[in-house]
Design a protein around this ligand. Sequence first.
Ligand code: SME
Length: 176
Amino acid sequence: MIEMTANKPELYRDLARQLSALIAGEPDPIANAANTAAVIYQGLPNLNWAGFYFRNGAELVLGPFQGKPACVRIPIGKGVCGTAAATGATVLVPDVHDFPGHIACDPDSRSELVVPLIEDGSVLGVLDLDSPLPGRFDELDREGCEQLVAVLLVHQRKHPRGKLSSNFDDRARDRR
Ligand code: SME
C-alpha cells in the first residue's frame, strides 16, 4: 500500500493520468467503471471499498467495485450514497456513526466519500469510497475524486454507444 503522500493533489493528478491511459479508446462503460474502481482502490491508501452504484429508477444498483461484497440496492435518498444521488452533491462523512441513516454494508467502514455522476443535469449514479479510518477523507480527496469522476464522464461522453447508463439495456440491445 502506498503511504499517503505529502502531496495529495499530485497523487490525484497521477491517478487521473493512469485512468485516462487505461480507458483511452475503450467505449464500454462497465469495463471503464471497473478500471476506475481498481485505480482508486489500488492507488489510495486506507480504503476498504471503492466502486460504483448506478441509478435505476428510484434506486441505486451496485456496479463495478473493489472490496467486500456490498448492499445491492439503495433507495435514492437513503444512506450516504442515496443522499449524494438525491442532492446531486458530493457527500463527505468524517464518521459514519454520526450520519443518520448510514447503510452499514461493512461494519469496519468509519468514513465515506460519495461523488455523484452527473450528465446533462441528471444523476447517473455515484462513486463511493469507504475507509476503516475515521476522518480519512478531506477536501483534497473530494476535489481529487470529483476530478477522477470527471475524467470518466468526459470520456464516456465521447463514446455515445458506451454511455454510462442506469442499467444494462443498452448493452443487451447491442448484442441483439
Ligand atoms: N455506506 C453506504 C452504502 C454503500 S457501502 O458502503 C458500499 C451508504 O450509506 O450509502
